[in-house]
Design a protein around this ligand. Structure first.
Ligand code: NAP
Length: 303
């Protein structure tokens, strides 16, 4: 039994762990795989203050973990399958059957990349379809690839892949990117980038991937585009399947919690990308982590 179990070891989770541990609470972090969450798979982070030359996402994740552990937080590997959050003792059950109990729980389980929803997409994962340019980009060195999406992830993927690949084609369903203006210059400077506007990928062909079918959503015209890889960057879905029926979620599945990170269940707090919020960045995740730890401490001291 810990004072607090934190579900998820991304920036929100390890910041919550740092603050909880420094407050003298016995604190554990449950992480499915590696520290960092989505930040951990980001090549280079330029918008987290304090690093004038930027910093690698995985490097920052390791530093956050180490810092929280310096104050006594522990990390356990586990993929949470089930929760029981009502009542004074909260229980978290992992896929391997291990059970973790705490007086308070901080949900910092983030979000995962959304799929395009094409029939063979999952089968082609690792055989030409990827959701992480920094993890898989090197396999496509000197090749032609497609990036799908129009947000910050798609823009960051293009900038990263353009340095490795022979050609990058960005396919976006509208005629304007939603990516931040910070990407305007690097996108303009990528000489091997072509942007295909108003278009969607309707099929992925070959095994491994050899081409995609593109359809212009305005004219209805379709054409094949040869490529070796497809990087899908069409947003995220929150990792909340195991929370359905246990805490209030919004229509998209994000945890209903305000700036105070309090959820519908007393003693359960939500921090970072898993929470309904207007801006999902490392800096807003760490801020949530600190608030959630503060609220958990307040909850525990009032018991
Ligand atoms: P996002 O901002 O939600 O953008 C998703 C993009 O995919 C949008 O352009 C959307 O088109 C398109 N899209 C959605 N569903 C689609 C579908 N089924 N088929 C084709 N296109 C589809 O997601 P994101 O870029 O992954 O970013 C997620 C969060 O992480 C954001 O808060 C973002 O700011 C943050 N992030 C920040 C950075 C950074 O600051 N450097 C880097 C990466 C991510 P529409 O534009 O038409 O909606």
């Amino acid at each position: 039994m810990q004072d607090v179990w934190i579900v998820g070891g991304g920036p929100a989770g390890y910041t919550a762990a740092l603050y909880c541990a420094r407050a003298g609470l016995s604190t554990g972090v449950l992480e499915a795989l590696m520290p960092g969450g989505q930040m951990g798979t980001t090549d280079h982070i330029d918008n987290y203050p304090g690093f004038p030359d930027g910093i690698g996402g995985f490097e920052l994740a390791q530093a956050m973990q180490k810092q929280a552990e310096r104050f006594g937080a522990v990390t356990k590997t586990g993929n949470v399958r089930e929760v029981s959050l009502d009542g004074e003792v909260k229980r978290v059950v992992c896929g391997d059957g291990s059970v973790y109990e705490a007086k308070a729980v901080i949900l910092a389980c983030g979000a995962s990349p959304r799929e395009l929803g094409l029939p063979n997409e999952r089968a082609l994962r690792g055989r030409g379809v990827s959701y992480c340019a920094t993890c898989d980009g090197m396999f496509y060195r000197g090749k032609e690839v497609v990036v799908v999406g129009g947000g910050n992830t798609a823009a960051a993927d293009v900038v990263y892949l353009a340095k490795l690949c022979k050609k990058v084609t960005l396919v976006h369903r509208r005629d304007k990117l939603r990516a931040s203006g910070a990407y305007t210059k690097p996108l303009k400077e990528a000489e091997n980038l072509e942007i295909v506007w108003d278009s969607v990928v309707t099929a992925i062909e070959g095994e491994p991937v050899e081409s995609v079918q593109l359809q212009n959503v305005k004219t209805g015209e379709s054409r094949a585009l040869p490529c070796s890889g497809v990087f899908v960057a069409v947003g995220n879905v929150p990792n909340t399947a195991f929370l359905k029926g246990h805490v209030a979620l919004d229509e998209q599945g994000y945890v209903q919690a305000g700036e105070d990170t309090r959820t519908s269940v007393p003693g359960v707090f939500a921090a970072g990308d898993v929470r309904r919020k207007p801006l999902r960045q490392v800096v807003t995740a760490v801020s949530d982590g600190a608030v959630a730890a503060h609220m958990a401490e307040e909850y525990l001291s009032a018991r």
